[in-house]
Design a protein around this ligand. Structure first.
Ligand code: ADP
Length: 375
């Protein structure tokens, strides 16, 4: 998926295409350029990105072709990094331009990737996943602030953004545009900010190329990231917070099964619909025998910044009730507040920006409850 080596020289796109023309389709006896399988070829300095358009049934064979293409490009003087993915046509009728979590299930699941027993992530003691039944409930905002709060309790912490449909951790941590560095042995370094180690597909792809991840091979990329990030660059991490993609489809299920998790946290708003989705999340974790560390109610209530009056805009307390009903811990409530949104958008999450604020304290309280469960 991403390959890095070290040396520098000039090169142009024509050379790249000529190189890729030497790679043949294993059955069709034509090269991958003539077959118009190479999409979105882009050269940025010493970094090549492209997608290989395939039909899902070919995923096994084409993964090997993709690797051969990467190797051929890396053999060129002046190419130090190659980011490639296998991608498949969206199902007919799906004309939305945004990547669709639902489209990434079953038929488009990677055939070439085996989901063996859950893997330990090297350099990390505990792994917790942050999940949500649907997008927009504040899952990523919670992941980042929770990671910072866990750090504030004295744990060495990292954030791993595998929200392939909309990696937002770089924006939240103010690290957009940062590139991980390569190390000997094919490892890449996490990015450090606010004291947190972080890794995101957002660091590896240009902003607008993220859409190619709607293809079937996203799992391959994630598995490579699971293997190749040197999380313990500055010492072993006590805890890694994994920001899952929203939803409870096969893609999420596979991710949960791929990583050896200590447990999962589910973020929900109080609205009924979000809670119904959160229940699906609970079912998914039950099916995979993943411990649910608890439920967080985000945007729980509104505290008026000028008069201090509290309003329960979305109705309040639904997550607490669901938690009681399902017999899982209720971890806490985070208010809907302008400071939380503004600090996130500015890349200085509230727990880092104003650790003494009541909002930051709410995250800290939750972090303490999670920490207790880890030890
Ligand atoms: P998700 O990861 O679930 O898609 P995000 O974390 O990206 O959601 O949050 C969606 C939007 O809601 C962002 O603009 C974020 O700043 C905002 N947001 C999240 N939680 C809160 C909160 N408690 N108060 C105010 N805004 C919030």
């Amino acid at each position: 998926m991403f390959n890095i080596k070290k040396n520098k020289n000039k090169i142009d796109e024509k050379t790249l295409l000529e190189t890729l023309r030497k790679i043949s389709h294993p059955v069709k006896e034509q090269d991958i350029v003539s077959l118009e399988m190479v999409q979105g070829l882009k050269l940025d300095g010493d970094h090549v990105t492209f997608a290989l358009e395939i039909i899902p049934a070919e995923a096994n064979e084409m993964e090997a072709v993709r690797r051969r293409a990467d190797e051929a490009l890396l053999a060129l003087d002046g190419i130090n990094r190659v980011t490639s993915v296998l991608t498949a046509e969206r199902p007919a009728g799906n004309t939305q331009s945004a990547p669709q979590p639902k489209a990434a299930h079953k038929s488009s699941m990677p055939h070439g990737v085996t989901h063996g027993p859950a893997k330990k992530i090297a350099g990390v003691k505990h792994v917790i996943a942050v999940a949500s039944g649907k997008g927009g409930v504040g899952k990523s905002t919670t992941s980042v602030n929770l990671a910072l709060a866990l750090q504030a309790t004295g744990l060495k912490t990292g954030v791993f953004d595998i929200d392939i449909y909309g990696p937002s951790i770089p924006r939240l941590l103010g690290t957009e545009g940062t590139r991980p560095e390569s190390l000997d042995g094919g490892k890449i370094t996490p990015v450090f900010s606010h004291g947190l180690a972080s890794m995101s597909i957002g660091y590896l792809l240009e902003k607008d190329t993220a859409t190619i991840w709607r293809g079937p091979m996203v799992m391959g990329a994630i598995q490579q990231m699971l293997r190749d990030v040197k999380w313990d660059l500055e010492g072993e991490l006590d805890v890694l917070v994994v920001d899952l993609p929203p939803g409870t489809g096969d893609a999420q299920l596979t991710l949960v099964q791929t990583v050896d998790l200590d447990g999962a946290v589910i973020v929900s708003t109080p609205q009924d619909i979000a809670l119904i989705d959160a229940r699906k999340g609970l079912d998914m974790f039950a099916k995979t025998n993943t411990k649910v560390l608890g439920l967080i109610e985000n945007m729980s209530y509104f505290l008026c910044p000028s008069c201090g009056e509290r309003s329960d805009i979305f109705g309040h307390g639904g997550a607490r009730e669901t938690a009681a009903e399902k017999n899982i811990p209720f971890l806490g409530e985070i208010p809907l507040h302008m400071d939380i949104r503004e600090s996130s958008d500015a890349g200085t999450p509230i727990v880092s920006k104003t650790p003494d604020s009541p909002h930051a304290q709410a995250y800290l309280e939750i972090a303490r409850k999670i920490r207790e469960q880890l030890s």
